[in-house]
Design a protein around this ligand. Structure first.
Ligand code: PMP
Length: 283
């Protein structure tokens, strides 16, 4: 089955799918995106993702390319045309194509691109064995709450992690507090059993998985603290884990080469991983 993409109003084979060379996404990273997990051919937490997309668009003053209902139809159609049962849908909206000039163009039509691909469910070994994380300085801009396609700092961070044999890099702000991973939110469990994650301010993306997990934490009756945590706290934490739409809840067992807790996935992270799916909304 050849892969099909939705590009500016048309369903096209990937080889023919293209955007204009003066698209502002290409020229300025002037656009936003979402990645939605597909399970059993259905979208996971689509409503929350589309709400976040709207917010990102609003913050950048990019008009929505389609209404919610039409966008939902396109997402499902791209999944169907690609025969995706388990995988992801990627959607990107840019301010559109216009002669290159930094200020907003007067008459650009936003570009919408939607692709979908199959993937294996997250490798169960990552959940069973846990992952290694390194820490790096957070060199990003001050509006990380916007899901912008300007991901170069995240790209460099993830590459650093790979080169050090780690799965993710936790970014650390100027006062030594962990912000988030390059494509995941960051969590620790303190020695007295409190689950801690940074408030979703301008410094991090409000992950959809993060939001859903807050319900799971409440339901499990766990102690929860929404506050920044430092690297030193992370080094001495009992457990650590990451969350994202594609990784769900994945335990962290090494941080900068040191074992987290006893060096094995923690009980709380494992229980949250197990229960996460009961709370996700499948549409
Ligand atoms: N932070 C960043 C920087 C991300 O790119 C992502 C992935 N979208 C996340 C956190 C996790 O967000 P979500 O749970 O919505 O995938």
């Amino acid at each position: 089955m050849s892969r099909i993409a939705y590009v500016a109003g048309q369903y096209l084979p990937h080889r023919q799918a293209a955007v204009h060379i003066e698209d502002r996404g290409f020229q300025f990273a002037d656009g936003v995106y979402e990645v939605i997990s597909v399970v059993g051919g259905r979208l996971v937490d689509a409503e929350r993702h589309l709400k976040r997309l709207k917010r990102s668009l609003g913050e950048l003053r990019i008009p929505a390319p389609l209404g919610d209902a039409a966008l939902g139809i396109v997402l499902h159609e791209v999944i169907r045309r690609n025969g995706v049962d388990t995988g992801i849908v990627y959607l990107q909206v840019t301010r559109g194509a216009a002669p290159r000039e930094h200020a907003f163009p007067k008459a650009a039509k936003p570009t919408l691109v939607v692709t979908s691909r199959r993937s294996r469910p997250p490798d169960p070994r990552l959940g069973d064995d846990g992952i290694a994380v390194i820490t790096i300085p957070d060199i990003r801009w001050q509006r990380c709450d916007i899901k912008s396609v300007a991901l170069i700092a995240n790209v460099l961070g993830k590459q650093q992690a790979r080169e050090k044999g780690a799965y993710e890099a936790w970014q650390v702000d100027q006062v030594g507090q962990v912000t988030e991973g390059t494509s995941t939110n960051a969590w620790i469990v303190t020695c007295d059993g409190a689950v801690v994650t940074r408030p979703a301010d301008f410094g991090i993306l409000r992950g959809i998985t993060r939001t859903v997990l807050l319900d799971v934490i409440a339901e499990q009756g766990l102690k929860f603290e929404e506050r920044p945590f430092t690297m030193d706290e992370a080094y001495t934490a009992r457990e650590a884990f990451i969350t994202s739409a594609t990784q769900f809840v994945t335990p962290v067992v090494r941080l900068d080469g040191r074992p987290v807790g006893n060096g094995a996935p923690g009980l709380i992270a494992t229980a949250l991983r197990r229960d996460f799916h009961d709370h996700a909304e499948i549409a």
